[in-house]
Design a protein around this ligand. Sequence first.
Ligand code: SF4
Length: 482
Amino acid sequence: MSKKKVILFYPPGALFQRGEDRCQQNIDDGSAQAMRACNDLGYAAAILLRDGYEVKLQDYQTQGDTFDMLLKDMDEFAPDMIMMSITNTTIFDDLKVVNELKSRYNPIVVLKGALFYDPEQAMLDMLDLSNVDYMIGGEIDFCIGKIADYCFKGIGKPEEINNILYKDEVGKIVPTRFHVWDEDLDAQPFPARQLMNNALYIRPDTKEPMATIQTARGCPSQCVFCLTPEISGKKVRFRSPQNVLDEMVECYEKFGIKNFFFKADTFTINPEWVNEMCNLLIHSKLYGKIQFTANSRVRPLQKETLQLMKEAGCFLVAFGFESGSDEILQKMRKGATVEENRQAARWCHEIGLPFWGYFVIGFPWETREDILLTKKLVMETDPDFIEVTVALPFYGTPMYETCKQENLLAKSVLGSDFFHSSAKGTMHLSIEEVMKLRKNILLGFYLRPKYIFRKMKECITQPSVFVQYVKYGIKLVVNLFK
Ligand code: SF4
């Protein structure tokens, strides 16, 4: 019997981090970020290949392909099932793609995205889901194989697959059990990078391919704007450092990848784990040949952890500083202080470890003075790169509830993103004022002569890196003025 076929894809269109359920970032309108690897598709592909399916994987958006290319693949590959990653922002366009493909080819349609995580009925009612068969809200690698096995081999039942929505005999959408997470991450196969176009996902400064390696899932913090505790759980589930290293070795040896993004909601949360990982790397055959970047909270954090990371090959660490106001940090339940933000930055400067600062403005309680405190912190901490996003009330977050109660939602939260917010603004500022302050912070930071000279000096032996910086600089200015 011929194998059943599944195509896994990101649709053509604007660039969004479709693999990152937490932020689903709009890449085109941001500052210096590049698309990260489509690991959600890669994990799904690995599971399906393991279970005996024929799989095609395509990231049309990052390849810059058109809808015709997708149709051509549908004609040639003739899949029995299609699986597309969606975002809160693109969902309406995503559903147009689904409707078109269903009407032309009639495959089983599976969508995956955070908005399907235990959703409100009112939100589902806004969507035309008539042509969708399954919606995965949880982690794709723990769902997709079971859905395919049910559809094609008659194994199991949809109601037994956690964290999904399916349709019953009369077409009613039924949720299964949510808020349960599989623990054994080491048991999962590595993403099927042989099907991914790894050259598409680059390190922004050097343009070299960069693999995303998921090292842990979940976060015990409770930031009011973040989807992670809801969709990945408050308990952090770690892979073993050896399992992570094995995946890195595979990337290096099979695919020639030397740069890595360690994807964890907060990489440094467990210093013992980081120590073990870094020491393994330092004593491995990869030492001195690879580099990595990772996210970190500022609490808990130790200077020694940052030092060891640098020694193991860390070229950049990214901190979610969020705000320069202790009152706002408290209200967003960040579990960190402005002084801890300053301390993390100080340590990086002392060690010589470059760092990103992520800042968020436009929280419901914020005044102009609060945002100016954030600007002050941006300048004081003086990161290598920054991004300032506007707080987005994602469905399922406490911030969504606050915005609803305070009548701050201008429109549906679907269809909006960090740069095109669905909020009317804060209780004290209009959204236009918030956007103006964002522009003021970004231009104030990046256009400082001191900053420009520093970056020029750093790039003196690497002109290609300087060219990349200039490109991102131009993109930022264009985005801020368009
Ligand atoms: S620290 Fe806050 S923003 Fe970061 S992953 Fe955890 S909950 Fe989300």
